[in-house]
Ligand binder design. Structure first.
Ligand SMILES: *Cc1c(COP(=O)(O)O)cnc(C)c1O
Length: 379
């Protein structure tokens, strides 16, 4: 019996053609033709005034932290149930992550706990759209407005998903996307910073180009380029942008394909015998992108035992985040800003099932069959 892998990167078939085109064109450094094509696409499809490609979502979050001009001791409110980069990007600037609990339904930051975590050092809120299901952005933007805070969306998993009629990444002052090979649309490693607030735009271009005004120079706005601010090398080369362009051209089809598989999982899991498992919840305001399909195991069922059993049955199911507040780094650099019961409880019960473009409906059936058989032994 062949094993169904958790993830398999999908190629559209045009990646190598565009990479060859980039090579033939003679510009291999960043900010060339393919980079520009990616921008035009992202700015149009995500209703975002300015996009900048980066090496990763991590790098985009680091740029956001630089642009916020964070000072040591400043605080950032974020969920603990997220990837380390959501916190690390701000810790690198000396800021302190303040972790807030999540909703039991979406596993996104619980906006009703944010205000109690705000202090006079709080500078920003960093919501994470878990599994591409939107956070309650109206509530979060309202809190930010009333307390004069910035919002940086960690939209690493939220590509082409929506909150009401707005694309994720277009709502906060800034947002970070990921094109890591485990995400919906990929370039191996890769990401983008979306700048929705014009106040950050000019400085973002400078920081991205190593602290120089080269972008202005290329647009003919200045007649030489020079060192004007702090910055680093955040831009990927053209080979990465060429690969990404091939993916963006098929991004909507790839999302639709994932959504079909996700719906099949959801339908089959809803029909499971009453084993006590819980499926993902998508609120009315969210149009998700099928980034992942997870199950919450019933109380008292050993997750390691279920995962081992599923893997023995040829289903590569895996767990997800170890909560940051409970990790050595989180204890050293952050603090909790609320109770953490939901995070602690749900993170220990969550398993993720294989979902990728190319997975067959019959594979979904086999995965759900294996989950059912496996759970029957434990409940
Ligand atoms: C994947 C991911 C990141 C990091 O993305 P990279 O592109 O690998 O740097 C950050 N935050 C979340 C929520 C993610 O899922």
């Amino acid at each position: 019996m062949t094993t169904i892998p958790f993830n398999r990167p999908h190629l559209t078939g045009r990646e190598f053609m565009y990479i060859s085109e980039a090579v033939a064109g003679g510009q291999l450094a960043g900010n060339g033709q393919f980079t520009q094509r990616c921008y035009a696409w992202l700015e149009r499809e995500l209703a975002c005034p300015r996009a900048l490609l980066t090496h990763s979502c991590t790098a985009a979050l680091e740029m956001a932290a630089l642009l916020l001009d964070l000072q040591p001791g400043d605080e950032i409110i974020m969920p603990s149930f997220t990837f380390v980069s959501t916190a690390n990007a701000f810790v690198l600037r000396g800021a302190r992550p303040v972790f807030v609990d999540i909703h039991p339904d979406t596993l996104n930051i619980d906006e009703s706990l944010i205000e109690a975590a705000i202090t006079d050092r709080t500078r920003a809120i960093v919501p994470v759209h878990y599994g591409g299901v939107a956070c309650d952005m109206d509530a979060i933007m309202d809190i930010a407005r009333r307390h004069n805070l910035f919002v940086v969306e960690d939209a690493a998993q939220g590509f082409l998903a929506r909150y009401r009629d707005r694309p994720l990444g277009s709502i906060g002052h800034m947002a970070a996307l990921s094109f890591h090979e485990t995400k919906n649309v990929i370039s191996g490693e890769g990401g983008a910073l979306l700048i929705n607030d014009d106040r950050f735009r000019a400085r973002a271009e400078i920081m991205w180009e190593k602290g120089t005004n080269r972008s202005q120079f290329l647009r003919g706005e200045v007649n030489k380029y020079t060192w004007v601010d702090i910055g680093s090398s955040f831009l990927p080369g053209e080979l990465i942008a060429a690969f990404l362009w091939a993916q963006l051209e098929s991004a909507h089809e790839m999302t639709s394909e994932r959504l079909r598989l996700w719906q099949r999982y959801a339908d089959e899991c809803a029909a499971l015998p009453p084993l006590g498992v819980r499926c993902p919840v998508v609120p009315d305001y969210a149009a998700h992108n099928a980034h992942l399909f997870y199950l919450l195991l019933p109380d008292g069922v050993s997750r390691p035992a279920v995962l081992t059993d599923l893997n023995n049955r040829g289903v590569n199911a895996i767990f997800h985040y170890v909560p940051l507040h409970d990790s050595p780094g989180g204890r050293r650099y952050g603090r909790t800003g609320s109770r953490m019961d939901v995070t602690t409880d749900l993170s220990g019960r969550l398993i993720r099932l294989p979902i990728w473009v190319g997975l067959q409906p019959a594979d979904v059936d086999r995965v759900v069959g294996s989950v059912t058989e496996s759970l029957m032994q434990y409940v």
